[in-house]
Ligand binder design. Structure first.
Ligand code: ADP
Ligand code: MG
Length: 351
């Protein structure tokens, strides 16, 4: 197993696109690490650069003790599972799984043993003689994982491995992947554009934008205290309320009211700020932001409530068992204690 140490890493495509831009990152041995970001932010490029499938223009990649920056892809001790699984269509499942051993000229017996043992753990034993076209998306994904495991790599790189599965299967596969990673203890970098997936799976998350890391932290840190308004907007099943306001006398003036930030902020009076309130933490209150309930969406256990206020539209999530407000009624709501986030209106950074 191995740590991954990236220093000043940049990858530039021949057309001049700087897809990875001066990135520093340390991933710990055995960690389940998620790279999260919108489409086009450089996630796949970063993974391919670590794997050696793209050459970095600047910086270094160290895996374990070894600087692999200029080492060939095949010699890095890295296994990558691609978004489309990239199985060999003309080979059986067994041949696909044992392929890495065949390349290394392992004995027929060793190849067979690997296919048998790896497939058992992944529920593929019955499918060994099938070809990829005869498998479901979930089964293909497991074959791709099995093939990656047969490589006995130190580092497993997964590029959006769940994105081709339907919603229900995706949840199952997610739990399965978490268990597999824990059992194998492989250093794993998991790429996704789905924040829920990253929050659910990862020990730590790096949120990327434009080839750089915007925030690095545990799922809890990234969810509770997004470092800037980009991350705040990106993380969460329902996007965070971001309201423009002004800081004055220790309070945040916003949407026709004044809210108390948690702790003291070192801002001068009159500073433009953005108030961040997660829908999960916006609750009915006697004092706070007053508006008219315009939409109520039933989500099963909770409801999503849209509140139209002077110059702003807010959304809140009811808590289980809470009566949902009627459309057209006036409602006052405020962030739960300690849950107001204040961002600098100019830099968009958390204050
Ligand atoms: P993500 O995986 O986060 O969606 P990518 O790493 O695929 O992002 O792409 C990052 C940026 O690099 C994008 O602007 C994309 O258009 C560009 N890009 C990706 N692959 C190539 C390529 N082979 N040649 C030129 N530009 C590319
Ligand atoms: Mg990608």
């Amino acid at each position: 197993m191995a740590d991954i140490e990236l220093t000043g890493l940049s990858t530039v495509y021949p057309n001049g696109v700087r897809a990875v831009d001066g990135l520093d990152l340390s991933i710990t041995d055995g960690e389940f690490f998620a790279l999260l970001g919108p489409s086009g932010c450089g996630k796949t490029t970063l993974l391919r650069t670590i794997a050696g499938l793209e050459q970095s223009a600047e910086g270094t990649i160290v895996l374990g003790e070894k600087d692999v920056t200029r080492v060939d892809a095949g010699k890095r001790g890295v296994a990558m599972v691609f978004q489309d699984y990239a199985l060999f269509p003309h080979m059986t499942v067994a041949q696909n799984i044992s392929y890495p051993l065949r390349v290394r000229r392992a004995s027929k017996q060793a190849q067979q043993d690997a296919a048998t043992s790896t497939s058992a753990g992944l529920g593929l034993s019955e499918l060994l003689e099938r070809r990829p076209a005869q498998l479901s998306g979930g089964q293909q994904q497991r074959v791709a994982l099995a093939r990656a495991i047969t490589m006995s790599a130190e580092v497993l790189l997964l590029d959006e491995p769940l994105s081709n599965l339907d919603a229900r299967l995706r949840l199952e596969a997610r739990t399965f992947l978490k268990r597999l990673q824990r059992d194998l203890g492989l250093t794993t970098v998991f790429v996704t554009h789905d924040q829920a997936e990253a929050l659910a799976l990862a020990d730590r998350i790096a949120v990327m934008a434009e080839g750089r890391i915007r925030q690095l932290g545990t799922p809890k840190e990234v969810f509770q205290r997004p470092a800037d308004t980009f991350v705040a907007n990106f993380i969460g099943s329902t996007p965070m309320n971001l309201l423009t306001g002004t800081y004055r006398d220790g309070l945040v003036e916003v949407a026709g009211t004044r809210l108390a930030p948690p702790g003291d902020l070192t801002l001068t009076d009159g500073t433009p700020v953005v108030a961040g309130i997660r829908p999960e933490y916006l609750h009915p209150a006697s004092d706070g932001i007053t508006g008219t309930v315009s939409i109520v969406e039933n989500l099963g256990v909770t409801s999503l409530v849209t509140l139209e206020c002077p110059g702003e539209v807010l959304v809140g999530l009811t808590v289980p068992e809470q009566d949902e407000p009627a459309v057209g009624t006036t409602m006052t709501a405020a962030p739960a204690k300690g849950r107001l986030l204040v961002y600098d209106g100019e830099t968009n950074q958390l204050v």
